[in-house]
Design a binder for this molecule. Structure first.
Ligand SMILES: Cc1cc2nc3c(=O)[nH]c(=O)nc-3n(C[C@H](O)[C@H](O)[C@H](O)COP(=O)(O)O)c2cc1C
Length: 174
């Protein structure tokens, strides 16, 4: 069983992070653009799924990403992904969009949860500066938020620490 990395992007930043994460993790499959996924049943072949999603539709309750993830949400929610470990990273801008920072992560999180997946890769909100985010659950983000627009100098450390967490939480990454 393997771990897949899937991303969707509008200006390429989420793809770039997916490539960097792949390099750090070593053992995951090469990142795949969601627009190249014709049948989401391929998720069932994996035991870990790492998803990258940017936020674009500011303030929207649904379809917050403005990417191919939006069209796949309902399908994911109807799948049986019990036993799969799923982790999410999100791209956003905590300065310009401080009231909607990385909102799209939570939408993806809720549909994978609905599919019965075990959600991993939660991150403390401590080291982030923002007003609001739909992706905060309790004291944590439901994934890894990254800000290549205003805090790109922090990305390396955030990504490396997260990769270490994922290696603990997704056995086939060891
Ligand atoms: C029109 C527009 C709307 C955006 N809305 C949000 C938002 O609501 N929340 C947020 O955190 N970032 C928002 N962003 C920032 C993007 O999510 C950020 O630039 C991200 O890195 C883009 O990723 P991509 O290149 O993979 O598409 C927005 C950017 C633009 C240009």
């Amino acid at each position: 069983m393997a771990v897949g990395i899937y991303f969707a992007t509008t200006t390429g930043k989420t793809e770039d992070i997916a490539e960097r994460l792949h390099g750090i993790l070593g053992k995951a499959n090469p990142p795949k653009d969601l627009t190249d996924v014709s049948d989401p049943n391929e998720f069932k072949e994996l035991d870990g799924i790492i998803c990258g999603i940017p936020t674009w539709n500011t303030g929207a309750d649904s379809e917050r990403s403005g990417t191919a993830w939006d069209e796949m949400l309902e399908t994911i929610g109807q799948m049986d992904l019990a036993g799969k470990k799923v982790a999410i990273f999100g791209l956003g801008d905590s300065s310009t969009y401080t009231e909607n920072f990385c909102d799209a992560m939570e939408e993806l999180h809720s549909y994978f949860k609905k599919a019965g997946a075990t959600m991993v890769g939660y991150v403390s909100k401590e080291s982030y500066t923002f007003e609001e985010s739909k992706s905060v659950i309790g004291d944590q983000f439901c994934g890894l938020p990254l800000d290549e627009d205003s805090e790109s100098d922090l990305t390396d450390t955030r990504l490396t620490n997260w990769a270490e967490d994922l290696k603990e939480q997704i056995p086939s990454l060891k």
